[in-house]
Design a protein around this ligand. Structure first.
Ligand SMILES: *[C@@H]1O[C@H](CO)[C@@H](O)[C@H](O)[C@H]1NC(C)=O
Ligand SMILES: *[C@@H]1O[C@H](CO)[C@@H](O)[C@H](O)[C@H]1NC(C)=O
Ligand SMILES: *[C@@H]1O[C@H](CO)[C@@H](O)[C@H](O)[C@H]1NC(C)=O
Ligand SMILES: *[C@@H]1O[C@H](CO)[C@@H](O)[C@H](O)[C@H]1NC(C)=O
Ligand SMILES: *[C@@H]1O[C@H](CO)[C@@H](O)[C@H](O)[C@H]1NC(C)=O
Ligand SMILES: *[C@@H]1O[C@H](CO)[C@@H](O)[C@H](O)[C@H]1NC(C)=O
Ligand SMILES: *[C@@H]1O[C@H](CO)[C@@H](O)[C@H](O)[C@H]1NC(C)=O
Length: 508
């Protein structure tokens, strides 16, 4: 059995309704969430542990907060490695399965007689230095503090298992795993704090932060049904043409086909049309034809049981069938209340002002607005567009001001260049780091497998690519469904075996 990615992705989406803001947090949720091994003497993997983490690594005098973690030591034998991962920008509760052999983490643990640990990222879930998400509290949410958390945990924690007080990085090899943003964070950690983690596995790690991330839509455009892409491009060109000509009445008529005549801002409408493409990220190698993304393309391209050719059916049919698809299927599926949820110009909306902890969207937006960027916008002129060119980073940057008015008087540009300079981005060059990427992953453009980058693929830092989607290779069963993913997982396990054999105590 495999994961119901789309259902899960949607469940996490109320937040993604916040228009445009990049939402990286889509690691697949392993199925074997609550079960541990058959050995009744082992704790349930859903058991939550707490680590006393420093509130501020620049000022240890501020004291500590409780950082949550989970672990599975069913395969552990003395001398084995500790495999650590943070699920990144999410509440960790659903991700405890990343300590089991449902995932690459557990496969490494199983092969190497290691223990796997999942630690919640600061300011997500219930791992909060302070009990609110004001700008003042979030000042302590930086990439550097998150790196320092991983290092401080590895060098300080006494793990709740036999012998767990003697597995510091000088006593046992530590392996850092991550996917998506947490994959980037793993790379940053090994760059910034060398000598703590002996080896790393990074899946779909978006190491190079990019502000104007129109490339998100490139793999989608290239791998979606061609007729569907052709028709979508016609609708987008039609919208952008009317926008350029200031044809307000024409735009209104187009919006009405989607039941969105009352949306006042055309960029909110353009942003709404992106929604069908967020569904792509939730795809996995075994996603069936009824998955929402394919339902969308079928709605556009299948007419009276006949498939359109590669050019699609043309503009009129596309507008009508896309609008009808929203009316009959998509509103209900995505629980959008048209105007309320799609309009982004009211800064007093609770959406911007909710400072309650466990509001992952707010914490993530803080990181995005400050250091990460990755605004999923329309492409430059001259490139095919399945997303409107009306959408530019300012659309998201304006929302940063609504959310954090105390710190942003004007729409801020995220400091992506600084992030890349600090943590090497695409230039990462550290030993024993394994990169796994997916051909159809919309985040591939930020990874070391970005088109045109030609990053060297070496035994010191191997880069493997499957036909998969976003972080597909982290899920063990995906290797059964897709042989290209199996190749990646097997290579990683081979490298881990080789690298761990080279480790000697005292190394860190
Ligand atoms: C583990 O805990 C979860 C939730 O706390 C529970 O649903 C599940 O039945 C437990 N599993 C075992 C094997 O005790
Ligand atoms: C995964 O671990 C379980 C024990 O928790 C074991 O029964 C199973 O065989 C392992 N799976 C594989 C593929 O080795
Ligand atoms: C947020 O938490 C900080 C630190 O505990 C506290 O000083 C501040 O008053 C809180 N602000 C709000 C609005 O709750
Ligand atoms: C046309 O669209 C249908 C339905 O989504 C798809 O199954 C088919 O592969 C597409 N054909 C081409 C040539 O793009
Ligand atoms: C979708 O519903 C709206 C009313 O909510 C209607 O105006 C519009 O024509 C419908 N679109 C299509 C393509 O039928
Ligand atoms: C505020 O955010 C918290 C945490 O995500 C959530 O439980 C709560 O429902 C939100 N409040 C409102 C009014 O949306
Ligand atoms: C990297 O090199 C290995 C070993 O030669 C090869 O199997 C793998 O496919 C290469 N990766 C890519 C992305 O080409």
């Amino acid at each position: 059995m495999l994961l119901l990615l789309v259902g899960i992705a949607r469940a996490a989406i109320p937040n993604a309704r916040l228009r445009g803001m990049p939402s990286l947090h889509k690691l697949p949720v392993p199925e074997r969430y609550f079960t541990s091994s058959n050995d009744a003497t082992l704790p349930n993997i859903s058991t939550v542990y707490h680590f006393d983490q420093l509130i501020d690594h620049n000022n240890p005098g501020l004291g500590t907060f409780k950082q949550r973690y989970w672990m599975d030591w069913e395969f552990y034998e003395s001398g084995g490695p500790i495999i650590l991962m943070t699920p990144g920008e999410v509440n960790g509760d659903d991700y405890a399965g990343y300590t089991t052999n449902d995932t690459i983490n557990g496969l490494i643990a199983q092969q190497q007689n290691g223990a796997a640990v999942l630690i919640e990222h600061r300011f997500f879930g219930f791992s909060n230095p302070y009990d609110n998400l004001t700008s003042q509290s979030l000042a302590l949410l930086t990439v550097q503090q998150a790196i320092d958390d991983l290092v401080y945990f590895a060098t300080t924690a006494d793990l709740p298992m036999p012998g767990g007080d003697a597995v510091k990085p000088s006593q046992a090899p530590w392996i850092l795993v991550g996917g998506s943003y947490s994959g980037a964070l793993a790379s940053y950690t090994m760059v910034n704090k060398p000598g703590i983690f002996w080896a790393g596995y990074i899946s779909s790690g978006t190491v190079q932060t990019i502000t104007d991330y129109y490339d998100y839509f490139t793999p989608i455009r290239e791998y979606m049904p061609q007729n569907c892409s052709s028709d979508v491009q016609k609708v987008i060109a039609y919208l952008d043409g009317m926008y350029a000509a200031n044809d307000i009445a024409g735009i209104k008529t187009l919006q009405e086909a989607f039941g969105l005549g009352s949306l006042e801002h055309v960029d909110d409408f353009a942003s709404a049309l992106q929604d069908n493409f967020w569904d792509w990220q939730g795809l996995s190698p075994d996603s069936g034809p009824n998955t929402m993304f394919y339902q969308f393309c079928d709605a556009l391209e299948v007419k009276d049981g006949i498939n359109a050719g590669p050019d699609g059916w043309g503009l009129d049919n596309a507008v009508n069938s896309w609008g009808k698809f929203w009316n009959t299927t998509y509103y209900e599926y995505s629980t959008i209340v048209p105007r309320d949820c799609l309009e982004t110009y009211n800064p007093t909306d609770i959406y911007w002002t909710n400072i309650t902890v466990d509001n992952a969207f707010r914490s993530w937006s803080w990181m995005v607005c400050n250091q990460i960027g990755f605004y999923q916008v329309g492409p430059p002129e001259g490139q095919p567009a399945i997303v409107s060119r009306i959408l530019q980073p300012i659309y998201d940057e304006r929302q940063c001001v609504y959310m954090f008015p105390e710190v942003f008087a004007y729409p801020p540009q995220p400091a992506t260049a600084e992030t890349n300079a600090m943590y090497a981005g695409w230039n990462v060059d550290v030993p024993r780091l394994f990169f796994a990427n997916g051909l159809r992953d919309p985040w591939r453009g930020g990874t070391v497998s970005a088109d045109g980058l030609n990053k060297p693929n070496t035994t010191r830092m191997p880069i493997y690519m499957s036909d998969g989607f976003h972080t597909s290779d982290m899920v063990a069963d995906n290797g059964i469904v897709d042989p290209t993913i199996r190749v990646v997982q097997e290579a990683a396990l081979r490298y881990m075996k080789e690298w761990l054999a080279e480790w000697t105590p005292g190394h860190s």
